[in-house]
Design a protein around this ligand. Structure first.
Ligand code: ADP
Ligand code: MG
Length: 311
């Protein structure tokens, strides 16, 4: 089932078309990674999904509810971890989470229990009575996450939750995304860090200048970069003859020799590795290592836009 359905939405700010006729469906149970450079339109899209911002055109439903007509139901279905921290420095961590849970209509014993669970989940239960002004950047981020969890939303949206934090908190957040998903939540996760999106997402959308330029699993996307694979073979020494024979192989399209590393571009590394090893051993080439170079989302972005993600 589509949990989020986005149909042809746009958002214009004067001359800028921040989101440009975006159509996208997110299924229940996914960890959907929305990857794009700064200014791509990720936060604007997220705000429209949450009903915080009205699209200039198009329609969005969340959990079957139209963001234009059933805003309250939409808000109940979503836990938003916004890009900018939304916590009150003068309230303790527990008071912050309680405040947000009340906003979503929770009360009584259930509220207390869920607040404790949310604080426990992000690893802040021991410091729940401390005010966040004494927290590190990473702890503030984790509190920001707890505030979005206490009402047990079906969809959790995290907008660049790891920007500017220490590696330990970052890993904690990435693990918690996977755990929340395992417990049944659908997740939308935005980032301009390719590695994070690759590591956790079941499906990835790449946004650039307000448009979705690629959509699929990581494997489907990197296959678009090139139908070829790359092998790097480190050797002690190699003769002209061996190189010539590699070049003559019908499925090897390119042989690049740099120092002691031969880079081969070929149809399938797995299928032709035997042939390659045979040719090299025939010419008495001693091999030090063989590495298959994995294409990644960064190379896809580069090939689609001519720019890097962090320009
Ligand atoms: N309130 C606003 N007023 C004018 N322009 C805006 C506003 N919010 C965002 N933009 C512009 O919309 C584009 C997309 O921004 P944003 O959605 O924040 O991108 P991202 O989250 O991917 O970094 C940017 O060019 C940004 O300058
Ligand atoms: Mg943003």
């Amino acid at each position: 089932m589509n949990f989020v359905s986005i149909k042809d939405i746009s958002k214009r700010y004067e001359e800028t078309l921040s989101v440009d006729h975006l159509t996208l469906n997110i299924e229940e149970g996914e960890i959907f990674g929305l990857l794009g450079p700064n200014g791509a339109g990720k936060s604007t899209t997220i705000r429209m999904i949450c009903g915080l911002l009205k699209p200039s055109g198009g329609k969005i439903t969340v959990n079957g509810f139209d963001t234009n007509k059933n805003l309250l139901e939409v808000k109940r279905s979503i836990g938003l971890v916004p890009q900018e921290l939304a916590i009150y420095p003068s309230l303790t961590a527990r008071e912050n989470v309680t405040y947000f849970a009340r906003l979503y209509g929770m009360s009584g014993a259930k509220l207390k229990l869920r607040v404790s669970e949310a604080l426990e989940f992000v690893g802040l239960i021991d410091r729940q009575h401390i005010k966040p002004e004494q927290y590190s950047g990473g702890m503030k981020r984790r509190l920001n996450i707890a505030c979005a969890l206490a009402h047990q939303p079906k969809l959790i949206i995290m907008d660049e939750p790891t920007v500017g934090i220490d590696p330990q908190s970052r890993n904690h957040i990435l693990d918690s995304v996977k755990e929340l998903n395992r417990l049944g939540s659908t997740i939308i996760y935005t980032s301009h860090y390719m590695e994070e999106v690759e590591a956790i997402s079941t499906r990835v959308g790449i946004l650039d200048q307000g448009q979705l330029i690629a959509l699929g699993t990581k494997e489907e996307l990197v296959r678009q970069v090139s139908s070829e694979e790359k092998l790097q073979i480190q050797v002690v020494q190699i003769s002209e003859l061996a190189i010539k024979e590699l070049e003559a192989h019908p499925r090897i399209s390119k042989v690049i020799l740099a120092e002691n590393v031969i880079e081969l571009h070929l149809g399938s590394a797995q299928t032709y590795l035997q042939d390659i090893l045979y040719i090299l051993s025939k010419h008495q080439v001693s091999i030090q290592s063989v590495v298959r170079v994995e294409p990644d989302l960064e190379s896809l972005f580069l090939s689609l836009t001519g720019r890097t993600l962090r320009d």
